[in-house]
Design a protein around this ligand. Structure first.
Ligand code: AMP
Length: 183
């Protein structure tokens, strides 16, 4: 099973992904985690990505598409993946679809965690991550609106979208996701 988690920053993708990958035996592929590791290790990728991340902007498509392709080709991803934070733009979604076709993989479902803007701002402001300053938070929410939210209609038109209300307890939201995957 290959899944995408779609949702704004602060929608709870990472939290839900953590238990879902365990229950379903999927590889957790988070571009945010991969990029933060690259920044911490000061690799060439990290040095390139750092400025974009600390400004709350997206790292260029070509860069993230490259790291995803490399990762999806590893044996760890053979039994299914949960993509968390990728794709974030329509060109990324198109590139993903093409690379999966080449690899003989299919995309089974896109789980969209729906959370209102006010709630997102509250959650992100209290998280304490390096890229969670008020300015950066505002920029990341705007980038999400402008560049990522078009993916909701994109995947709905492909019949892959499962809309999940992302407000409530972690357990309740997890139960909604599992129910949607069974449907
Ligand atoms: P995240 O942990 O998913 O919120 O990602 C943290 C930051 O990493 C984002 O604000 C972007 O700067 C960068 N990033 C993560 N995933 C992507 C992606 N798919 N495309 C572009 N930039 C990304």
């Amino acid at each position: 099973m290959n899944l995408i988690f779609l949702g704004a920053p602060g929608s709870g993708k990472g939290t839900q992904a953590a238990t879902l990958v365990q229950d379903f035996g999927l590889a957790h592929v988070s571009t945010g985690d991969m990029l933060r590791a690259a920044v911490a290790n000061q690799t060439p990728l990290g040095l390139e990505a750092h400025g974009y991340m600390s400004a709350g902007k997206l790292v260029p498509d070509s860069v993230v598409i490259g790291i995803i392709e490399e990762r999806l080709n590893t044996p760890e991803c053979a039994h299914g993946v949960l993509l968390d934070g990728f794709p974030r733009t329509v060109p990324q979604a198109i590139a993903l679809s093409e690379m999966m076709k080449r690899m003989g993989k299919t995309l089974d479902r896109v789980i969209y965690l729906e959370v209102g803007e006010e709630e997102l701002f509250q959650r992100l402001s209290g998280r304490g991550r390096a890229d969670d300053t008020p300015e950066t938070v505002r920029s990341r929410l705007k980038v999400y609106q402008d560049q990522t939210s078009p993916l909701i209609a994109h995947y709905a038109s492909e019949g892959l979208l499962a809309r999940i209300e992302g407000v409530g307890s972690v357990e309740d939201i997890g139960a909604r996701i599992r129910a949607a995957l069974k449907a």
